[in-house]
Design a protein. Structure first.
Ligand code: SAH
Length: 350
């Protein structure tokens, strides 16, 4: 191996590859399972503490096989204890390979509940919604499955996890193979249940249907944002021309296939899509469906020409949906001080 090529990290090795590597380093094939269990089920992050392995193997692994591939480039802790990690994965030819992972602890400091972890799936994003900081510079590359798993391992090292949302940087269904493989590992080996994981997507209908058929171990959230076709073409430009009814039909198919209801997300942009009329038209589309709505008041971000909705507009939107028979929850963002909103940490570090 040339010195320019870094050693593959433990999580990047397939289980069979790891077994081979362990044997090369003087261990037995079953040690590979022990090591994966230590890292994924128990959260051990140094070989030295894996006392069920022979000492010689622990030393050889420490020298040859890094457990993690990335580097923590920055860490910001907000007043409410939300932690934003900026993780740098291998820099290739000067490419920016920074992603964010956010660890959001329960509101009450003494709560025994675990945190919610928000993970990224791509370096940048090709969807380019005009209100979202993640797509400002387009897509650099997809994350590999092990880079997604690594975010969970790093997040759990901050504190125990109760839930996870795939709502960081990137469009998960445009990197489906890696997202699927990673979440299967998180489900099977890190024991985070399917009802505890949510993947958020802009909802490409064919990709939603394909994911539904692939035994997904998570809930689906679709970023709808508006009941009006022309406005959706503006807010999610890469899907321009896809009628909202086609997206909702794919959501219905997801429900039929998986038995799990879809959550529709609406980022409320002050004066743009937050009127009572918008809420009424959205309710008309969703009333007959098995679905709930999450309302996310916009987090202002430098260089993004939108505004936060007024609390009164948010409440009117929510109560209008409910009056029309659609269940809605408002999700005010956490960790707004210091670390600020979606995508900002990565932008500031550039
Ligand atoms: N690409 C996926 C997942 C990433 S974003 C998606 O679009 O669903 C997760 C959610 O955060 C999406 O609903 C997105 O629209 C929303 N979001 C993006 N920027 C935001 C901001 N500045 N304030 C509030 N929500 C934002």
């Amino acid at each position: 191996m040339s010195s320019a090529e870094p050693a593959k990290s433990l999580l990047a090795l397939e289980p069979e590859e790891l077994a081979e590597r362990v044997v090369q380093l003087g261990g037995r094939p079953f040690h590979a399972r022990v090591i994966r269990r230590e890292v994924l089920a128990r959260g051990t992050l140094d070989y030295g503490s894996m006392t069920s392995l022979p000492v010689g193997l622990r030393e050889a692994l420490t020298a040859e096989v890094p457990i993690l591939a990335g580097v923590e480039a920055d860490r910001t802790v907000a007043r409410d204890r939300t932690v934003k990690l900026l993780i740098e994965f291998t820099r290739e030819a000067g490419q920016d390979a920074l992603v964010e992972t956010v660890h959001i602890p329960p509101r009450k400091p003494d709560s025994k509940k675990g945190a919610t972890l928000c993970v990224s799936t791509q370096v940048g994003c090709p969807v380019a919604c005009p209100f979202c900081a993640s797509g400002l510079a387009g897509l650099t590359r997809n994350l590999a499955a092990h880079e997604i798993v690594e975010q969970y391992v790093r997040g759990r090292a901050i504190g125990p996890l109760a839930r996870s949302v795939v709502m960081g940087i990137g469009e998960p269904l445009l990197n489906w193979e890696s997202v699927k493989r990673a979440l299967d590992v998180v489900h099977d080996e890190m024991q985070l249940g399917a009802r505890k994981m949510t993947v958020s997507t802009v909802g490409f209908p064919d990709r939603v249907r394909r994911a539904a058929r692939d035994r997904p171990r998570f809930q689906l959230a679709i970023s709808l944002h508006t009941p009006d076709d022309d406005q959706r073409d503006e807010l999610v430009p890469s899907m321009a021309g896809t009628p909202i009814e086609d997206i909702l039909a794919a959501g219905d198919d997801w429900f039929r296939e998986t038995g799990r209801e879809v959550t529709y997300e609406v980022v409320l942009l002050g004066g743009v899509n937050d009127s009572a009329g918008h809420a009424q038209r959205l309710a008309a589309r969703l009333r007959s469906r098995r679905a709930t709505v999450n309302l996310i008041p916009f987090n202002p971000s430098p260089d993004i020409p939108y505004h936060r909705p007024t609390p009164a507009a948010v409440e009117t939107y929510r109560s209008t949906l409910e009056e029309h028979g659609v269940v809605a929850t408002v999700r005010w963002s956490r960790g707004l001080d210091g670390t600020a909103a979606c995508g900002q940490l990565r932008i500031r570090a550039r």
